[in-house]
Design a protein around this ligand. Structure first.
Ligand code: NAD
Length: 332
């Protein structure tokens, strides 16, 4: 009844071991990503536990099924990296963590925004060099700015509430409107209008087949000059080549990204002694008005505790042939 956890980091082991004491699932922790190159190591396991950059294509899932795997447990909310149809075909159950401290991600988006608008990333380094000059650190107020939020689910909703607290005008686009947010003062509009009107745009929708490269040269052209963009959702929502062009043309004034379309080759690793071959991320990081964090928006004590508890609970239920308590946790 073993579970193999892929992309396991030391902190995953700390939190999963802590909450596994009473559950007692056997977990083998592997640091490597799951993908076609490694799927053959899966042996004698009822399930695999995966994260955002593991690639569960139809081929990988076919091999997992052949090896007797019955459960794919995502220890994250997004599931764009799993071929759900293939899992269904092979009778593999797929679960995820539908909600874990949405405030963790929303607050990180705000942290990125506040870093960029007040240049605290530059001030931090400057004063350490005993340079107390303010030249070049001119910021802008968030108060009364128009903030456009794409996707007002759990994280987007938390983000909207924080922005309303800053005294911003909050506009939003989602496939479904949230009545509570409307009551609080959020105005829903079309995606196009949101792009035209916003001083700041924050992405909080999932990556789907329909919204790949939602931010591209055409949608960037609609935006205000100097717009601030924050992406804590998924890298594939943004066409990086187009955003680099828009940064060069000063169309985008500030960019904060916690996710990157090629992140699986970089993020969650210490590459400080390596030569980075990805010229695109290097170009992005060379802009003074770009802030990159390595998919850390979820990374709080509260969120990791919930991720471990919910994932272990779902795996335990599925092993017993029962349904997880939260039906939203079950994808297949
Ligand atoms: P959620 O399911 O609660 O909300 C997503 C919202 O997006 C829903 O209201 C849905 O209707 C809306 N939506 C779907 N397609 C859309 C589209 N094309 N345009 C506009 N809106 C659309 O999800 P959530 O928990 O709020 O998470 C949102 C996303 O945040 C996840 O899909 C994931 O990609 C990302 N995420 C990132 C981190 C991180 O650490 N950076 C952590 C957790 C989640």
């Amino acid at each position: 009844m073993k579970i193999i956890m892929f992309s396991a980091q030391p902190y995953d082991k700390v939190f999963f071991d802590r909450y596994n004491v009473d559950i007692g699932i056997e977990i083998e922790y592997l640091e490597t990503h799951l993908g076609p190159h490694i799927v053959n190591v899966v042996d004698n396991a009822i399930g695999v536990c995966v994260f955002v950059n593991d690639k569960l294509t139809a081929d990988v899932i076919a091999t997992l099924a052949q090896k007797g795997v019955k459960i794919i447990a995502l220890r994250c909310a997004g599931f764009n990296n799993v071929d759900l149809d293939a899992a269904k075909r092979y009778g593999i159950r797929v679960c995820r963590v539908p909600a874990y401290s949405p405030e963790a991600v929303a607050e990180h988006a705000v942290a990125m925004l506040l870093t960029l608008n007040r240049k605290t990333h530059k001030a931090y380094n400057r004063v350490r060099e005993q340079n107390f000059s303010l030249t070049g650190l001119l910021g802008f107020n968030l108060h009364q700015k128009t903030v456009g939020v794409i996707g007002t689910g759990k994280i987007g909703r938390a983000f909207c509430k924080i922005m309303l607290g800053f005294g911003c005008r909050v506009i939003a686009y989602d496939l479904f409107e949230d009545a509570q947010l409307i009551e609080l003062g959020v105005n829903y509009t079309t995606q196009e209008e949101l792009m035209r009107q916003s001083d700041i745009i924050s992405l909080h929708c999932p990556l789907t087949a329909d919204n790949h490269y939602l931010i591209n040269k055409d949608t960037l052209a609609l935006m205000k000059d100097g717009v601030t963009l924050i992406n804590t959702s998924r890298g594939g929502l943004v066409c990086t080549a187009d955003i680099i062009e828009a940064l060069k043309q000063h169309k985008v004034g500030h960019l904060g990204i916690d996710v990157y379309e090629q992140e699986e080759k970089l993020f969650f690793r210490n590459l400080s002694e390596d030569i980075i071959e990805d010229d695109t991320i290097q170009r992005l990081m060379s802009f003074p008005n770009v802030l990159v964090t390595a998919h850390q928006a979820f990374f709080t004590d509260e969120a990791l505790s919930q991720i471990a508890q919910i994932t272990l609970g779902s795996i335990a239920s599925l092993i017993k042939g029962e349904e997880p308590e939260d039906s939203a946790a079950v994808l297949v």
